[in-house]
Write a protein that binds this ligand. Structure first.
Ligand code: 6R9
Length: 665
């Protein structure tokens, strides 16, 4: 394990716990519907087998053929050079990803096709942009960035809500070779300043506000608070989402997007990028307190996001594609923006919450826009189940032909509900396993070819060689749990952590020599299907969002009244995992309900509402081993079951056990 905390695994998915074997086995199998398969890119398991085998035996040929479906201004010399931790893909090749996502469709005469459909949260606010219109907007904004001094290789932070302009800002960066660093709009001011400083952004793009459950989220004001400690930021460009709100603007630093765009030309050539030039940085939680800025490069990322979108979503020209993830996460980067637009798809973006103004908002959107492909998170599905079946049954949903899930393991009940109530038993469900680090899908069924099993991410994508191993690196027999690793480099893998090659090598390639270590536990069944079992490190997954327990602990101990804190995940029916915090206060301070609320709120303010602890308990001291390590296993057990029955022999202070039990609320 990458952490030295005793018993630090989350969710019990360890290679040696034996707990896998007690899990119920899921035996249902759903073959691809015949009609779906008949018009799919890949029509049978036999066809898939042959392609998969070839992709593993001749990866360079396979990926070169995929790359040829995109536009390169100079062809690569070599498909793959080197290996973990530092492989290079398509070296010598030159391309521009914005050109591939936008221009080439216009040049091919498809400029009138709708590229983006934006649905605002207030009902009735819809803006559609064709590929030609998108091209104009992207060029204008690229010129705005240039006018603000942004050059190739510069980092641009983007903190926005779900708007067409967010996609435009991302594409404009790609167009001029600037490296975007999108910060999820739910993060707090502190998280913004950390990220802006870590990769030294001088320009920030934001918007005045965004709607969430009817309430305005004043994004610009959050940016202002974050930038108080970032004096190097010289320009803040603000998209005006809602003119009716007053937005504070700082003279000399802030400007309005629409005013700046009116001053520049609508033509901006694409910068020629080397295949290995960085495209973006995206921060994600790891096992330490500091989020990692994962760096993705251009060529390999373009190819794999293009190809996975084509085959896993079986995307065709007449599809209306909706991925409900925010662009602020990797899913939004790869499967709202780059993957579908490179395929020339029509992409729907929704600004707001699934339950606003009513709990059937998503289904209303599906029917209104005749969505054909719908990709969402298991946590959303579990919320829909809770809303009651009448909400979904009110709508036709007849346009849907494919469903997808991502972000966390899906429980078979939720899978079956999605299949029955949303898919009407004739839409394949693609459960896609992948990570910020992998850039694109790694395990996922090809829907016309691979039968699905509820709860399994099924088989590897082409060119991907997964394995389930013990901590020592030995293969684990079928149907036994172990650590999920990837044996060979793939094109869309992250290349490093911004400014810290060593941490990158250490975090992902030192655990099991020669392999990429995913941080996930899994088992593989006799049919070669993978079943994900959750994280095996100190990362917890709350509603499909990754959070490091150490990050939350650091936020807690930053509070003047907190002496020490430990955070663990516990199972939660709706969110997958919930956050349980154990806090010991500075000497002489008394616990109180007010303080409990204050600390929960403090974390929300420091990191963002998604990190607010669900439970917070005070304890005089934290349970530690004799060597001083926090016994998270005990805390997890306590948070999950309310008691401690497991092994406590290494506990340093046994009198603490009684106190911990007493404190159980
Ligand atoms: C794309 C994304 C990655 C972690 C990953 C795993 C979990 C994602 C999953 C899944 C089971 C799936 N995860 N997809 N677990 N089945 N289909 O979510 O990236 O935010 O980096 O999270 O999410 O634990 O390691 P990211």
């Amino acid at each position: 394990m990458s952490t030295n905390n005793e018993g630090s695994t989350q969710g019990g998915a360890t290679a040696d716990s034996g707990s896998f074997d007690s899990l119920m086995r899921e035996n249902r199998v759903f073959p691809p519907p015949a009609e779906f398969a008949s018009r799919a890119w890949i029509k049978s398991e036999m066809e898939w087998e042959a392609m998969y085998r070839r992709s593993i035996e001749h990866p360079e040929l396979f990926w070169a053929e995929a790359a040829e479906e995109l536009s390169w201004s100079k062809k690569w010399d070599k498909v793959l050079e080197g290996t973990f931790p530092d492989p290079k893909w398509f070296t010598g090749g030159k391309l521009n990803l914005c050109y591939n996502a936008v221009d080439r469709h216009v040049e091919a005469g498809r400029g009138d096709k709708v590229a983006l459909i934006w649905e605002g949260e207030p009902v009735g606010q819809v803006v559609k942009l064709t590929y030609s219109q998108l091209l104009v907007e992207v060029q204008r904004f690229a010129n705005v960035l240039k006018a603000h001094g942004v050059k190739k290789g510069d980092r641009v932070a983007i903190y926005m809500g779900m708007t067409n302009e967010l996609a435009i800002a991302v594409l404009a960066c790609a167009r001029i070779g600037a490296i975007h660093s999108v910060i999820f709009g739910g993060f707090a001011a502190h998280a913004i300043s950390d990220r802006v400083k870590d990769c030294d952004c001088r320009v920030v793009v934001t918007q005045d506000m965004s709607y969430r459950r009817g309430a305005p989220i004043k994004l610009k004001e959050i940016v202002d608070a974050g930038l108080e400690s970032c004096p190097d930021v010289r320009s803040v460009i603000v998209y005006q989402r809602e003119p009716k709100f007053e937005t504070p603007m700082k003279a000399g630093r802030d400007s309005w997007w629409h005013e700046e765009a009116a001053k520049v030309s609508a033509e901006c050539p694409c910068a020629e990028q080397e295949a290995e030039d960085p495209l973006f940085i995206l921060y994600t939680s790891g096992t330490t307190g500091k989020p990692k800025g994962l760096v993705h490069t251009t060529g390999g990322y373009a190819v794999q996001t293009y190809l996975t979108t084509k085959y896993v979503f079986d995307i065709h020209d007449d599809d209306i594609y909706w991925c409900s993830a925010d662009i602020g996460w990797i899913t939004g980067h790869s499967y709202v923006v780059y993957g579908p637009l490179q395929n020339g798809a029509t992409v729907l973006l929704y600004e707001g919450a699934p339950n606003f103004p009513e709990q059937d908002r998503f289904w209303q959107i599906v029917d209104d826009h005749k969505v054909t492909i719908f990709y969402t998170a298991p946590t959303a599905i579990r919320a829909f189940i809770k809303f009651g079946v009448d909400k979904v049954r009110k709508h036709s949903l007849a346009s849907l032909r494919l469903l997808g899930t991502v972000g966390e393991p899906i429980n078979p009940e939720a899978w079956m509900w999605f299949h029955r109530e949303v898919g009407h038993e004739n839409c394949p469900i693609v459960d896609t396993w992948w990570q910020t680090e992998t850039g694109g899908h790694m395990l996922a069924p090809i829907p016309g070819a691979i039968a699905t099993k509820p709860g399994s991410a099924t088989r590897p994508f082409f060119g991907i060689e997964p394995a389930v191993l013990t901590k020592e690196g030995d293969p684990v027999p079928n149907d036994h749990g172990g650590l999920l690793v990837i044996r060979k480099p793939w094109p869309s893998m992250a290349r490093t952590i911004w400014g810290d090659d060593e941490r990158f090598a250490q975090a992902y390639f030192s655990e099991i020599p020669g392999c990429y270590f995913t941080g996930d536990g899994a088992r593989c069944d006799a049919d070669g299907y993978y079943w994900l079992m959750g994280r095996v490190d100190d990362v917890i997954n709350v509603s499909g969002h990754r959070l490091g327990t150490m990050e939350i602990e650091s936020a807690l101990v930053a509070h003047p009244k907190v002496a020490e804190a430990a955070v663990v995940g516990r199972p939660d029916e709706l969110k997958g995992q919930a956050i349980a915090a154990f806090v010991s206060l500075e000497y002489g301070l008394d616990p109180s309900d007010e303080l409990k609320q204050e600390l929960r709120q403090w974390v929300a303010k420091e990191i963002g509402a998604l990190a607010r602890p669900d439970d917070l308990r005070f304890t005089p001291i934290l349970p530690k081993t004799r060597s001083g390590k926090i016994m998270r296993r005990l805390l997890r057990e306590l948070a999950t079951t309310g008691d401690i029955k497991g092994d406590t022999t290494t506990l340093e202070d046994f009198s603490l056990l009684a106190k911990l039990r007493d404190n159980d609320d």
